[in-house]
Write a protein that binds this ligand. Sequence first.
Ligand SMILES: CC(C)(COP(=O)(O)OP(=O)(O)OC[C@H]1O[C@@H](n2cnc3c(N)ncnc32)[C@H](O)[C@@H]1OP(=O)(O)O)[C@@H](O)C(=O)NCCC(=O)NCCS
Length: 339
Amino acid sequence: MLIRTYKQEDEQQIIALWQQCNLTTAWNNPKRDIERKILDSPELFFVGEIDHKIVASCMAGYDGHRGWIYYLAVKPDHQKQGVASKIMSHAEDVLKDIGCPKIDLMVRKTNQSVIAFYHKIGYNDDPVVVLSKRLATDELYKMRCVKMDIEQAKEILGDKFSFSAVDTQKVVQKLNIPKDAKILDVGTGLGSMAIVLALHGYTITTGEPGDDESIYARQNWQENAEKVGVDGQISFEAFNANSLPFEDGSFDAIFSLGSFHHIEASDRIKVLKEFIRTTVPTGIICFFEPNHHTVERIKETDDNHPEPADPTAYISGLNLTSRQIGGSNFDAFIFQKTS
Ligand SMILES: CC(C)(COP(=O)(O)OP(=O)(O)OC[C@H]1O[C@@H](n2cnc3c(N)ncnc32)[C@H](O)[C@@H]1OP(=O)(O)O)[C@@H](O)C(=O)NCCC(=O)NCCS
């Protein structure tokens, strides 16, 4: 048997092995457990391979005081042939080499039969009670992954995306809109708003006028979305913000990044009314508008760029609650319908 460290392509075989050995539980998602281990100490996650097929696994750990063993498993048709003894012996050697003085391990009360195996390979009962406290659910772990995905997207898509994502990601996270919400993004441009939403797990309809000839429209949103793997969550439809081709109450939330100040002042109330019409009774409308220093920066390359606009100046009598979240480059103006 070849004993080596885990590789990405082993994932399916490992999960199947754990399932066969009844080691997966409702509260431990095996995929996430593997991802966490790979982020932390991949050098202590061992697999045993015979004829290029995985037959055993052993996840070791060392916290600077004790070594730990998890997910020891041997394929049922390879059990009782010394496989577990070998992979455990390998894990013990590696832990010893990194200075670990003692291994502790936990066996579920429902898995008493395995205790005889551990006795055979030299483990003794310890007079301890194991207590535990859960610090993270997989939901929280997913949030950490979203942050990692956004950081990666910033690297892949560069400054133009990062410039707005630094602010939009915080607000999208704070709003914590349910993942199955229907979301509209008005003013597609580079796709930056839709991409941040998609990276948070949402499905989005995005659009801008089909006849918009400005430098801000038709900017390869699809190519950008493909580069970060979220194109499947975004669909495009050409429309004008002042007459949206959607039925009343179609969306739970509407987002718009850097578009409001491009709308003619005389048209802004009409646009707001369209957003109100097409959102559900407690719908959220969120505008990100560039702050003054951002507009000054944009003006360096676009003399004719319009001045920043404050959407709150247009909401009187519209039954909306309003709050603002300041950002580094874009401020968020968040309205909610009070019906
Ligand atoms: C427990 C497990 C890893 C043992 O794997 P294995 O490859 O069969 O173990 P080995 O062949 O190296 O066994 C070493 C010795 O322990 C004995 N042994 C193995 N499983 C045993 C069991 N369930 N009860 C009693 N003795 C056992 C073997 O007979 C062997 O004894 P020997 O040296 O006298 O021949 C395997 O049964 C398994 O994957 N179980 C399901 C997953 C699991 O419960 N993992 C532990 C989580 S804490």
